[in-house]
Design a protein around this ligand. Sequence first.
Ligand code: ADP
Ligand code: MG
Length: 778
Amino acid sequence: MATVAELQEKLRRPLAAELAAGCTDRVVAGGVEKLLASPLGNPFPKVREALAGYAGLDPAAREAALTQALELLSGRTRAAPARAAVRKAPPPAEPGTRLAVDAPVDRLDAGPGGARKLQSLGLHQLRDVLHAYPHRHEDRRALPDLSEVEEGQKVTVEGRVVSKHRRTPRPGMLILEVVLETPSGGRVKATWFNQPWVEKQLREGARLVLTGRAKKFGRSVQLGVEHLETVEAAQESLSTGRIVGVYDSKEGISQEFLRRAAYRALQAAPLDDYLPAHWRRQYEVTDLGDALWGIHFPADETHLSRADKRLRFDEYLFLELRMLLQGEDAVLQGKRFEARGEDIHRFEQALPFRFTNAQRRVLLEITDDMRSDRQMARLVQGDVGSGKTAVAACALYLAVRDGYQGALMAPTEILARQHFTNLVNYLGPLDVRVGLLIGAMTPKAKLEMQTRIAQGEVDVVVGTQALIQENVQFDHLGLAVVDEEHRFGVQQRRKLLQSRPDVLVMSATPIPRSLALTAYGDLELSIIDELPPGRTPIETKLIQDTHRTQAYGFVMRQIREGRQAFVVTSLIEESDTLELLAATQLADDLRVILPEARIDLLHGKMSAAEKDHVMERFRAREFDVLVSTTVIEVGVDVPNATVMVIENAERFGLAQLHQLRGRVGRGSAQSYCVLIAGEHTQKTRKRLKIIEGSTDGFVIAEADLKLRGPGELRGTRQSGIPDLRLADLANDAEIIERARELAKHILAHDPKLEHPRLQYLRSELQSRSQSVAFREVI
Ligand code: ADP
Ligand code: MG
């Protein structure tokens, strides 16, 4: 183990070099922020904070930030340097000044370092702050009279830590306890079960707001904590005594800060409504100001639901407007293929299996597109292992048979390699020349591959998206297949490659049809809703964490049989450092519980190359148990892994659990998924039971959407659809319909949104569009 001094020195040296070299952000490989984000930065949150947003600063501000960081590292501190004076940014507006919605967050009076914190969350303009809605709300209006709390009731209490206690009743079990004294002098014991990462927030004297389930022991109340916040006593509180929003955040950025920023933004912003009043009346939605105040700081439940309705309406409205506007541009000239039946037949003959009916149907849909002049833009959805890649391989074969080249693009190198192996298997015997292009290749090998592609000596190239898009001149590209892609704006996806090939997108995220049509309005949808025959379904078991040790006993038996296991630890809302800590702690725990197993770790702070490396080693059976944060969601095959253990399963969304479970069952052996649940509600239990009872992604997605009540509707982070933050597609059919109606009405009268009255609407639409290409459309 390195000492703190050694770690300090390790971090200090590159930073000093950066300062000496004139703050160019070139000295440290990958940049200063990358360095701080690495495990090296973990022990030094203050330094990390001082350098947050470094790349975006001007040289003078960089110098100031570095100086401060170096001082922190050398242990000397002095009064904070007048960094604000050094920075070139305009000064914050006087309190009470109005700002434009597109004003940079520098102008917002968000406290010292506030602008940088906001920027690091991707919030650059006032508008971004206004529209960064809480992902849920908590009722903290009346802190309950503890004597009247009922068993199992969810309560929020506020108070000061008077004592703290840590117990490990047996290996693998950790209980943290604090006694909290409330302002009225009452005392509550609060407990955390197997959540080592919260420990550092539990100082004696700290002021906490805790939400959790009450357990009664005679007259005393104990709280199983679900949510924890620390509050600064000095501030008049936006965090207590009201319905309080909980925001997406990260390390070093408190809920309190975000609430304050939202509050200031609401005060400063003009909040002019882009929807004219008569439409608001006709569509029965409240005005924008009321809605934005209501989503951040609702006066009561009705205010919140009014706000929610309006903002949701807007999300759909803008989405529909965008889709309708793009519609004009929708028929792009694409490639025209023969896609001969005999070639399909030949491809299938070479397979060791027959296509399923679902694959056959989807293939027909694809070949129809390929035969037409229009550019194909099709999304193929299907669970992991449903055979999407096999279908895509067939389409690529057809393109090649027509004299075109094909490309298959994956989000990571390891997936690219995996696809490459598969395509060589499928297409090699049919004399198709398949090439691989990934970053790990030597420059010479890359250049060689690029040349061969340019000269038409390679028929199908597999690689990471970036590499192919940026560095390859195809001879005559006809079909591009994109795997697992959600990050692209819609238009970008279609204009993907200059030569306008037909485009096929593959996704394993099961999205109900109603949702898919809205979210991917420009893509045709094909669904493979059937797994190839002969698969043994994964056996899933939900257990309470009191039986955790037994669960690992089972894991050990599988390992003794030569199998491997994944163990995934839960998301932590506010901190990726803490998430890393949790995973590390879990790995240590497992080394005690599973002394014979070889255990390694994968986490979100690793670079892509590091992750790939760990996965490669796991695949090569160099170790038995991979402990991981949720970063293993991507579709890597480890056929020998037969067990997926998910700790704190109650914290995951169903879609995510399903995705995680899909990591096993990739080989022929029976596979298992163990969901270990901590404290949870009846409702959560119902949700987890869905996973236990079904392995069909679409069934799960539908059931999940139905089960989620309006109060918990913010599951959209799972959908991966950036434009929809509030949307609850299963229950929003009516709102969607209304929004579409209004969108059509607007465009029917004013196809280009030119009327002065629609000026705000138009600029709002532009600024909400993620895709640059789209901004060019209007
Ligand atoms: P996906 O891309 O949807 O995850 P793949 O195309 O990679 O699925 O298929 C998963 C596995 O199933 C592969 O090993 C593949 O060879 C096999 N497979 C695909 N289609 C069939 C089928 N119709 N019958 C039997 N096995 C199949
Ligand atoms: Mg796949």
